[in-house]
Structures are given as structure tokens and as C-alpha cells.
Design a binder for this molecule. Structure first.
Ligand code: PRT
Ligand code: ZN
Length: 222
């Protein structure tokens, strides 16, 4: 299918927090997408563009490996991907103003936290081990990072770790689990990313047109 080198491919999240906003942005930019929520790909009717619906964690890989020219993903996922690689062939085109959240370090309510130095020798559970390790390094603290793929907020209750480093938007999940944010690790929102390579001339033209249209949408929504 990807022998189709004269078409432009955009990877977006299949289902999750970024899906609706990603689809709406492309729709507002004038792309008419054939309905196919349960499919892996969809053709855009009025442009030589194909959409690929994937897990958000796979989006940087698709763009980096040249499968897709563009993608829409959270900065948190992009950063975690980039920190694991020596050479990343991805550029951030622009911030998109949705999917805002922060990766925060959180501690059980009642646990004293005078500052990052208190983390020395502690265990921190997270789904973002590379970002967390890089932050700890910047703080000059030696702590153990325990990787979990989900339910990170349960780690202190389960005795897996005293601290967690997890995404927060409203703060409700932390509160429900008797945790409180103690440090900001990374602020994030959805970004448009592009593969840092030259595209064939026809694809570059489609790409320019797409970016102009997305700029227009972002300018009109502020
Ligand atoms: O299936 P797939 O892998 O594609 O999806 P996913 O489950 O990994 O991701 P998804 O859909 O939950 O999130 C996609 C992206 O949305 C994230 O990578 C972030 O960039 C962004 N985002 C924005 C968030 C949140 N806000 C958010 N609140 N991602 C996750 N959360 C979770 C957080 O992990 C915690 O469990 O929501 C909970 C906290 O929310 P509050 O409101 O209680 O603070
Ligand atoms: Zn994911």
C-alpha cells in the first residue's frame, strides 16, 4: 500500500483522547475523510492524502521510519520516543492547542516533600521512564525508575513505589488516589510532526497546501 509514493500519509490516534480533536482539525482544514472509524486507514476524498489510525505510541515510529509524512501526537509521547534514540528524523511543525496535560511527580498526601533531593534512593513508578530519568539527572538525584504501562496511580497503594510520575490534566485521578503533585516534569500538548526528509515534488505540494490550511484553522481558533 505504501508503494503509493505520490500520496501523503498522516498518522493520527485511532481512539483515545486525541482522536476527535485530530479528526476535527483535519476536517476544518477541508479534508473530506471517508468514514471508517474501525479501519486502519482512510482515504481523503478531495486530496491525495491517506490517514492511518494507530495507537498514539506508534505515531513517532511511523513518521520516523518514513511510513507517514505527518503525524499528530502528544509532546509527552514524542519526547519519550526521542530520548530513546540517537538520531530522530522528526520535526515538530506546530503546537495544536489540544491534548494539554502535564507530566508530574506525585507523592502520597501526608508524605513530606522538601524537594527533589528527597527522592534519593526512592522508587518512582511511571509509563515515561526516559523522561523521568532525564529529569532526575537534571535534578542530580539518583532514584530508581519502575516502568508501568498503566494504573501508575495505584503504585504507592500497592507498595511498588512511594512516588509516581504521571500525566495530569484536572488532577482528579491524583486526588482520588490520595496523591498530590509535588513537581512539574513536562508540560505537553498535541503537536503536528513531520518526517525530516525531502518528499517527492507532488507530495511536497500537497504538504504545503495542508500546512497552509492547518495554519488557517489554528489562526481562526486562536
Ligand atoms: O490506545 P492508545 O495507546 O492510542 O491511547 P493511550 O491510552 O495511550 O492514550 P490516551 O488516549 O489516554 O491519551 C493520549 C494523549 O492525550 C496522551 O499521550 C497525552 O498527550 C494526552 N492527554 C491529555 C492525556 C491526559 N490529558 C490525561 N489526563 N493522557 C492521559 N491522561 C490520563 C493520565 O494518564 C491519568 O490516568 O488521565 C488521568 C489523569 O487525568 P485527570 O484529569 O484525572 O488529571
Ligand atoms: Zn498510548
Amino acid at each position: 500500500m505504501f508503494a503509493d509514493r505520490d500520496r501523503l500519509h498522516i498518522a493520527i490516534q485511532k481512539s483515545g483522547r486525541l482522536s476527535d480533536d485530530s479528526r476535527n482539525l483535519l476536517k476544518k482544514a477541508g479534508l473530506r475523510v471517508q468514514n471508517g472509524k474501525n479501519r486502519l486507514t482512510a482515504r481523503v476524498e478531495n486530496f491525495p492524502i491517506d490517514l492511518m489510525f494507530v495507537r498514539d505510541d506508534d505515531i513517532p515510529t511511523f513518521v520516523n521510519d518514513g511510513v507517514c509524512e505527518f503525524g499528530i501526537v502528544g509532546e509527552n509521547v514524542l519526547e519519550e520516543f526521542a530520548l530513546g534514540r540517537e538520531r530522530v528524523k522528526i520535526e515538530t511543525v506546530c503546537k495544536l492547542g489540544f491534548g494539554r496535560c502535564s507530566l508530574k511527580l506525585a507523592a502520597p498526601v501526608g508524605r513530606d516533600f522538601p524537594g527533589p533531593a528527597a527522592l534519593a534512593g526512592e522508587r518512582i513508578a511511571t509509563s515515561y521512564p526516559r523522561i523521568t530519568r532525564a529529569w532526575l539527572e537534571r535534578q542530580g538525584v539518583d532514584a530508581r525508575v519502575v516502568e508501568m504501562t498503566g494504573a501508575v496511580e495505584l503504585a504507592p497503594k500497592l507498595g511498588i513505589a512511594n512516588y509516581i510520575c504521571d500525566l495530569v490534566s484536572t488532577g482528579q485521578t491524583l486526588e482520588e488516589n490520595n496523591l498530590r503533585p509535588v513537581a512539574d516534569v513536562l508540560d505537553s500538548e498535541a503537536v503536528l510532526i513531520r518526517a525530516s526528509r525531502d518528499f517527492p515534488a507532488e507530495v511536497e505540494t500537497v504538504s504545503d497546501n495542508l500546512l497552509t490550511r492547518i495554519d488557517g484553522v489554528l489562526a481562526s481558533t486562536g
